[in-house]
Design a protein around this ligand. Structure first.
Ligand SMILES: O=P(O)(O)O[C@H]1O[C@H](CO)[C@@H](O)[C@H]1O
Ligand SMILES: O=c1cc[nH]c(=O)[nH]1
Length: 234
């Protein structure tokens, strides 16, 4: 048991999917895993463990924002010995070539959060990165099934409603999309030498204003879930 997860020791698998939305966690457990059991209801941050192709996998909701992700990543790693963590999240597209429902593999995660500075001080601009092995595997799995993915740098923002962000400069520097948790995940994985990757589905496009519904964000982004499960288990 940890402060925010009331699971027994051993109840969480070594491989964990991390959606922000608790109802996406429930949907994944009920539709992609077999024999799933709910191990966490604290604060309604639902967590489940089940089987995918015979292998134990958990899915834990992380909530919204880096402080929330940092709590769940820390407790999963330190209190439950989780080894591999894949965020399955939504993101707002920035790059013009991205369409709704496209999948992005977050190779790097830039941020306007002060979290890296809190850790390293102001003289180091730490670059939160995906684990190369997971990134490579996810890319290979996608290629093998003719699934198009875009790989690169994303922005983990502190604010969803951010009227100060200079998106055109970020786009010029190759930032593909904006979301709110990946830098914190990559920082926790780096701190404890674990493997982490964020697989993101474009739920809206920040520049064009195109968007999907809340129901789609909860239930319809199965392609990234399958990709994450195959990356962890196949
Ligand atoms: O869909 P999830 O995984 O929650 O991710 C994105 O959606 C939320 C904002 O709507 C933020 O948490 C952002 O990172
Ligand atoms: O953080 C996020 C997530 C999805 N879409 C956005 O525009 N921002």
């Amino acid at each position: 048991m940890s402060t925010h997860i009331n699971a027994d020791s051993g109840a969480i698998a070594e491989k964990v999917l991390l959606p922000g939305d608790p109802l996406r966690a429930k949907f994944i457990a009920e539709n992609f895993l077999t024999d799933s059991v709910c191990y966490n209801t604290v604060r309604s941050a639902l967590g489940y463990t089940g089987l995918y192709h015979g292998q134990r996998v958990s899915v834990q909701a992380t909530g919204m924002g880096m402080p929330s992700m940092a709590i769940y990543a820390h407790e999963l790693i330190v209190d439950y010995q989780v080894q591999q963590l894949i965020r399955v999240g939504t993101a707002g597209g920035l790059a013009p070539q991205l369409q709704l429902r496209d999948i992005v593999l977050a190779q790097g995660a830039s941020t306007d959060s002060s979290m890296p500075q809190n850790i390293f001080g102001s003289s180091i601009n730490f670059a939160p990165l995906a684990d190369f092995e997971l990134l490579h595997k996810a890319f290979d799995v996608a290629r093998a099934q003719d699934q198009s993915v875009t790989v690169g740098n994303v922005l983990g923002q502190d604010r969803f409603y951010d009227d100060a962000a200079d998106f055109s400069k970020l786009i010029n520097y190759g930032i593909l999309a904006a979301e709110m948790e990946t830098p914190a995940l990559y920082l926790a994985a780096a701190q404890y030498q674990r493997q982490a990757l964020a697989i993101l589905t474009i739920s809206n496009h920040i520049i064009t204003g195109a968007e999907t519904s809340a129901q789609a964000r909860e239930q319809e982004f199965g392609a990234m879930v399958q990709l994450a499960l195959k990356t962890l288990c196949d």
